[in-house]
Design a binder for this molecule. Structure first.
Ligand SMILES: [Zn+2]
Ligand SMILES: [Zn+2]
Length: 344
């Protein structure tokens, strides 16, 4: 089988390796589509440090092609279309055992998965050997869309972390794929969505996807706009989906009393941010973090996409065959796309 291997910064090649065999309680899946996430883009450009050689890929739509003898036949069958979830949760630690496997103590992007020649999350491979714990069925949609169920599951986790309520004003900063997925979900939760971005095209798309108000902070003062829109109260929930440290200061200016600020994106460069502790205390502000997703988030993301509640088609920007993996990464690294998808 083929697998795409990072061999250095801005270097990725297809390598031939042995196809693993399904045995015991393991399932062999054929990867149809794998999307290139920002995390892999940062590995490619050297921002995220890994030890080379390394196999990336964690946004995966696949199909079961073989099953070990111990796999539960009432739940699984050859031919099932599945998305592959976080294969790296230990399922043994305190967090995994208390329903918070998205924050697994032993989560490691650089684990060595069984059946692969090198370390890494492995999705940019023709076949993967996985535990049935890590796969979730989907139906009705193309694998190029289904591979985006993984990021959707992370956004479901984020929106639920904020516990968005009907009637809330929600400010979403950044209209990349993550900002737009937040827009879709918050709108469906009954919130009034305000989005902010410097890219007019993306603001237009956000409006089409259900945002009630758009703000371009290059043209208008975001605090003033949010005050105007909310009648002076400001936003009950803010999601920051950008990696820019200074944007966090904007969230402080735009949040209501008893409001919540969710830091969805990782921040680059990771600089400390100053805040007034008496303001957090006095106004009962909640600053929350979220990352990854758990089984429940995956099940619900797969269900919403399978039944057309969420349409992921607008986020499939380009599709490349695996043979053009380097071109796919060069294109994804330009960061003007939503998702670049690789087909095996
Ligand atoms: Zn991802
Ligand atoms: Zn764990």
């Amino acid at each position: 089988m083929k697998t795409a291997v990072f061999t250095g910064i801005r270097k990725i090649t297809l390598e031939e390796c042995k196809t693993p065999t399904a045995k015991g309680n393991k399932v062999l899946v054929k990867v149809n589509s794998c999307a290139i996430c920002t995390w892999e883009q940062r590995v490619y450009t050297g921002v995220n440090k890994v030890e080379f050689p390394f196999i990336g890929g964690h946004e995966i739509a696949a199909e079961i092609v073989a099953m070990g003898d111990d796999v539960n036949r009432t739940e699984w069958a050859v031919g099932d279309k599945v998305v592959v979830g976080a294969t790296l949760q230990c399922r043994n630690c305190y967090y995994c055992k208390t329903g918070n496997s998205q924050s697994c103590e032993h989560f490691d992007h650089s684990a060595h998965l069984e059946g692969l020649p090198y370390r890494g999350m492995g999705g940019l491979s023709e076949y993967l050997l996985v535990s049935p714990d890590c796969i979730f069925k989907y139906r009705n949609v193309d694998p190029n869309e289904a591979c985006i169920i993984e990021p959707l599951s992370c956004v479901i986790h984020s929106v639920e972390t904020a516990n968005v309520q009907m009637g809330d004003f929600v400010l979403i900063i950044g209209c990349g794929i993550m900002g737009l997925l937040h827009t879709l979900l918050c709108q469906k939760k009954g919130a009034t969505v305000i989005v902010s971005d410097v890219n007019e095209e993306r603001l237009k798309l956000a409006k089409k996807l259900g945002a009630s108000y758009i703000v371009n902070p290059m043209k208008n003062n975001i605090e003033e706009e949010v005050k105007k829109i909310t009648g002076g109260i400001k936003a009950q929930v803010i999601f920051d989906t950008t990696p820019i440290p200074i944007v966090i200061q904007d969230t402080f200016k735009c949040v209501s009393n008893v409001g919540k600020i969710v830091l969805y994106s990782s921040i680059h460069p990771a600089e400390p941010v100053l805040f007034d502790p008496n303001w957090v205390h006095g106004k009962s502000i909640q600053i929350l973090g979220t990352a990854n997703s758990n089984d429940r988030d995956f099940m619900r993301a797969a269900q919403m996409v399978s039944e057309g509640v969420i349409n992921l088609r607008p986020f499939v920007s380009e599709v490349y065959p695996a043979e053009k993996i380097q071109d796919a990464f060069e294109s994804a690294a330009k960061a003007d796309k939503f998702r670049v998808v690789v087909n095996f």
